[in-house]
Unconditional design. Structure first.
Length: 134
């Protein structure tokens, strides 16, 4: 009985170690799911930072989010991107983002208003030139 109990404990410890190792190294079954999860995580972080007026952190999270973009992001995503860039006074990237939003949803009038405010920011920042956008 002692021998059987010893064998059982050794086997169960080995199985537990294998199970723990398997849980630690388990990869998602579908890479698209992992990509989507990462996109959502960084997008939600960017939203939280933006809503708390931490625009520099929102931009950092948004740039991480951009690494996991879905094939065809929504107009709302690009409009939000333009808001983040505008708040960081990166007007050329804001224009690029709002133009992408308009291409995806040309009937969304709010996007044109946002674009006007981006141009206003450019107008109020006359020292920024096209050469400085990169």
């Amino acid at each position: 009985i002692l021998l059987a109990l010893s064998v059982y404990l050794v086997v169960s410890n080995t199985n537990n170690k294998q199970l723990k190792a398997g849980l630690q190294t388990k990869k998602p079954e579908n890479p698209k799911d992992e990509r989507s999860d990462n996109f959502s995580k960084w997008y939600n972080s960017a939203l939280q930072y933006y809503n708390s007026k931490e625009y520099d952190l929102a931009r950092t999270a948004l740039e991480k989010c951009n690494q996991y973009l879905p094939e065809d992001p929504s107009g709302d995503f690009w409009a939000f991107s333009s808001d983040v860039y505008k708040q960081n006074k990166d007007y050329f990237r804001a224009l690029d983002s709002i133009n992408k939003a308009i291409l995806r949803s040309p009937n969304e009038s709010l996007y044109y208003i946002k674009k006007a405010f981006i141009y206003e920011g450019l107008y109020l920042q006359p020292h920024q030139t096209i050469d400085e956008k990169n």
